[in-house]
Design a protein around this ligand. Sequence first.
Ligand code: ATP
Ligand code: RIB
Length: 307
Amino acid sequence: MTGKVCVVGSFNLDVVARVSRFPAPGESLIATGSSFGAGGKGANQALAAACAGAEVHFVTKLGTDTYSDFARRHLQASPIHSLSLLQSADQPTGNAVIYVAESTGENTVAVFPGANNTLTREEIDALLPVLNSADILLLQLENNLDALLHAIMLAKQAGLTVVLNPAPYSPAISEWLPKVDILTPNQSEASQLAGVTITDTDSAAAAARKIAALGVPQVIITLGAQGAVLYDGEQVQILPAFTAQVVDTTGAGDAFNGALVAALARGETLSRAATFAAAYASLAVERMGAASMPDYNEALQRLTESE
Ligand code: ATP
Ligand code: RIB
């Protein structure tokens, strides 16, 4: 492991409304706060991996609109080491409309992928030199699936570890699982993949075994404030969440995934990497905004304080 991670994924402009509670269907509410910011699971995870200490190459596709200028400025000013910023001539930069409930910090999200859905096989082929020098490929599901599957195939041929965060859920990925090394669904994605309702760590452990039986060797199911369950093909490990003063849980999974691959890329075991990721994500939920990522030292401090 050389600490190098390639992330192929989305950039979205996040339009966030803070609300006292989620509006009911047909209801309008006065929001208590509002912001525009950088988001997208790909961009958030690439940022988290870089802040958590990895050397990251991030591949994403933008439109030609003013939001693409915003995206460029955000990504170029970030600690992400290098970028492939592709551009769609006819689709807008992706966006997400997000409600954050003040009482709980929970969120609801509607994503319009736009340019994120126009990745081509040729654009993925051009990444071969990047893949050849990386240890880990990290992907999510906010891009067109054919391009993502092509990236997975190339990465496997190049000998990388493939980590897939299957968010948002798509049933198509069941067939991909034998090509993935580590799958990181959240509670609802894992429930849909396994065909069981996950309510706690016991049901998550059963679901993790079922998902592994579909062909993926290692599974980590994240369970929000209930922590995470790791199945390494032999044993189940429960990873409790670190205590946090929750402000906004948007991007908790992104923080977890970015920190996980950063720790794996520096050679930590899956168990240690997942524990580091849980510490890192507990800091991310204490901040507003999906792209507000803590740095490595903060996570290390939270980790050591708990030991
Ligand atoms: P989101 O879709 O909101 O970005 P997610 O559903 O993908 O997140 P979660 O399972 O909610 O991901 O959270 C990922 C990890 O973040 C959890 O496994 C846990 O370690 C940490 N985490 C999430 N919520 C909390 C919390 N309230 N307190 C402490 N840690 C948390
Ligand atoms: O995981 C959080 C992200 O999901 C947000 O930034 C939003 O863009 C959606 O993609």
